[in-house]
Design a protein around this ligand. Structure first.
Ligand code: PEP
Ligand code: MG
Length: 585
């Protein structure tokens, strides 16, 4: 992280990776996963230890009450409030009090007693057959940690405790953390680690939250709670204690950008056409119902990627078939007749859900992830396929598998769809028939084998986040190698070209749902390569359509031919800067 002390003012400039556009100004909220270390001390008199438990529980009760009240004002507030109601009940559960008292009587300190009692209660719940009870285990531990934290005199830094608008400063945010962020309270976030296509960065773009990632290890030491902050998600700049002058300057930049976007957004409901009138499909990447609403608002013609894993990551347990059925139905209702590509579960890698025992792996991105994990846990996979097929009746839907590397893998996955279809038919349940099935091209193996895979794939969608990671052997979430993560690297561009050419020669269409599809610097090249569909974060759609309208196919092909003739990513990036500047004139 570059630190540039300002010459005249006290403001401090920190540089990170610009992960999600937008300017945010507000106080810092430090989010750290707290280590609750139980102090090694001799126990006091039991009545003193019990009195401390009673007083800590009372504090916890008041915290939960105020949290409940503040979340009720949010979108989906009722749902969140219900969580805190459940915590309140657990806090008041006589079984917890009895256990804690017994442990104190047997000679434990109150901290030890609370930790042991809540752990035992959580284990008891986790062992129950009833899934609902089992899912409560995490809540009991949460309640135990709240009491323990109060006993240890530590401040509350959990993300769902945010009560006033703030900029989150964190070492890292998991996709589950990010999925639970309230866009109304989170003005933006900055993390010490992470790269441009780490999933929390993607989520930030989807939610429209400005974000900076990869700010370096000392971010959390430099920024203090309630420091006044200004962040610019387009340049990667974070300013600590900005002067009034700087704040006014950035407010003006934001005002101008917002005004420009109003004009561009107003045109976004029309279809995208190149300057010579060719229609190009511009679609949205979504994660759930809220982002489906946004897709429609920002002019998506369809959904090129529904990342279903976010349904799993934002929950405390895997959603069952009926719950998924309801959610998919709700999404279909929002998007109406627009086509939707639903990607089957892609967890693992940097997206392990908190409630699933994922093994610790040396190389999680090369490991038990996506289709590999689904083919091993066919119960989980079939539940999802059933929900998809049942909910899709009467809708324009396509199924897409992630991380495919071979024809046999694709055939096996298709085999499971056939099995599920037979089962549903036997059960007499209505389901969508003849649903087109395609794959993500996000491994070099898939790109090289498109001509072979075309025999079993109805369409292809380039996942350039992983394709770049796997082609260049560069971890997409590691800030240390973020400079090497170059989706416009000639090797990646060649694989994109190969994919499009091979698919077209087999009569199959190719889309792109990796982040590259929404990047202005890439759109002219992708147009020139003949990409059939561009799918991106909804907020990028108006600008993408605006840019496409300025380019003729002939001009795009010229740009592409020149870009592909350049030997390095840096030269391609530089060339594309000149192209964009020329298009702006
Ligand atoms: C990709 O890899 O480009 C992609 C779209 O999938 P994800 O980012 O969810 O891994
Ligand atoms: Mg991917």
């Amino acid at each position: 992280m570059a630190q540039v002390p300002h010459e005249v003012a006290p403001e401090l400039f920190l540089q990170g990776i610009a992960a999600s556009d937008g300017i945010a100004i507000g106080p810092a909220f430090l989010y750290a996963v707290q280590e609750l270390t139980i102090p090694a001390r001799p126990p006091g008199q039991p009545n003193v230890e019990i009195a401390r438990f009673i007083s800590a529980s009372e504090r916890a009760r008041l915290e939960l009450k105020s949290l409940r009240e503040s979340v009720l004002l949010r979108i989906k507030g009722e749902e969140l409030a219900a969580i805190f109601d459940a915590h309140q009940m657990m806090l008041e559960d006589p079984l917890l009090t009895e256990k804690v008292n017994t442990k104190i009587a047997s000679g434990l300190t109150v901290e030890q007693a609370v930790a042991e009692a809540t752990r035992e209660l959580a284990e008891l719940l986790a062992s129950m057959q009833d899934e609902l009870f089992a899912a409560r285990a995490a809540d009991v531990l949460d309640v135990g940690n709240r009491i323990l934290r109060i006993l240890l005199g530590l401040p509350d830094t959990a993300l769902n405790n945010l009560q006033a608008p703030a900029i989150i400063i964190a070492q890292d945010l998991t996709p589950s953390d990010t999925a639970r962020l309230d866009p109304e309270l989170v003005l933006g976030f900055c993390t010490a680690v992470g790269g441009l296509t780490s999933h929390s960065a993607i989520l930030a773009r989807t939610l429209g939250i400005p974000a900076l990632v990869g700010m370096g290890a000392n971010l959390l030491e430099t920024v203090k709670l309630d420091d006044s902050l200004l962040m610019d998600g387009s340049t990667g700049l974070l300013i600590v204690d900005p002067t009034q002058e700087t704040v006014s300057e950035y407010r003006e930049i934001k005002r101008k950008k917002d005004a420009l976007m109003v004009g561009i957004k107003a045109n976004a409901q029309s279809e995208a056409h190149t300057a010579n009138g060719r229609h190009v499909e511009v679609a949205a990447n979504i994660g759930e119902v809220e982002t489906a609403l946004e897709a429609v608002e920002y002019g998506a013609e369809g959904v090129g990627l529904l990342r279903t894993e976010f349904l799993y990551l934002s929950e405390t347990r895997a959603p069952d078939e009926d719950k998924q059925f309801e959610i998919y139905k709700e999404i279909f209702n929002v998007i109406g007749p627009r086509p939707l590509i639903i990607r089957t579960l892609d967890i693992g890698g940097d997206k392990p859900p908190s409630y699933m025992p994922f093994p610790k792996e040396m190389n999680p991105f090369l490991g038990w992830r996506a289709i590999r994990m689904c083919m091993d846990d066919t119960g989980l996979f079939k539940t999802q396929l059933r929900a998809i097929l049942r909910s899709a009746v009467g809708h324009d839907i396509r199924i897409m598998f992630p991380m495919i590397i071979s024809l046999d893998e694709l055939l096996c996955a298709r085999g499971l769809i056939a099995q599920v279809e037979n089962e549903l038919a036997e059960e007499g349940k209505p389901f969508a028939k003849n649903v087109p099935v395609g794959i993500m091209v996000e491994t070099p193996a898939a790109a090289i084998l498109v001509d072979v895979l075309a025999s079993a794939s109805d369409f292809f969608s380039l996942g350039t986040n992983d394709l770049t990671q796997y082609t260049l052997a560069v971890d997409r979430g590691n800030e240390k190698v973020a400079g090497l993560f170059q989706p416009l690297h000639p090797a990646v561009l060649r694989l994109i070209k190969l994919t499009i050419d091979s698919a077209h020669s087999k009569g199959k269409w190719v889309g792109m749902c990796g982040e590259l599809a929404g990047m202005q610097k890439a759109i002219p090249i992708l147009l020139g390569l003949g990409l059939d569909e561009f799918s991106m974060a909804s907020r990028s759609i108006p600008m993408a359509k605006h840019l496409i309208a300025k380019l003729s196919d002939e001009r795009a092909q010229e740009i592409t031919a020149h870009a592909l003739s350049l030997p390095t990513a840096v030269e391609i990036e530089d060339y594309m800067k000149t192209v964009l500047a020329e298009l702006e004139d």
